[in-house]
Design a protein around this ligand. Structure first.
Ligand SMILES: [Ca+2]
Length: 99
């Protein structure tokens, strides 16, 4: 079984602006009802990537070194991810070394 991208609630707590920093039971993030799985070494980052005021999820993907962008369609307190896109520059996927 492949390891799944595990994002502790620590990151979700960071998404809630000015919320007190607390820990809760960890769980797997979902995208469109499916657990987000980037194989290995995801290195997730929470940031408002598209400038709409909602913090999104950016994470690496082991195979092919792509970088995934999950747009937050919920709120900063309860993020919802329904799809992802690969980050691109000049129409070409941005990749990092892998393997
Ligand atoms: Ca955003």
């Amino acid at each position: 079984m492949k390891p799944l991208l595990f994002i502790p609630l620590l990151l979700l707590a960071a998404m809630a602006a000015s919320a007190p920093f607390t820990f809760d039971t960890p769980y797997y993030l979902q995208c469109a009802g499916t657990t987000i799985d980037v194989q290995y070494y995801g290195a997730p980052c929470v940031v408002d990537w598209d400038g709409d005021g909602l913090k999104d999820l950016i994470t690496g993907q082991f195979y092919y070194g792509n970088i995934r962008f999950y747009k937050n369609e919920g709120t900063n307190e309860s993020p919802v991810f329904n799809s992802f896109a690969y980050l691109q520059a000049d129409g070409v996927n941005i990749t990092m070394g892998y393997g």
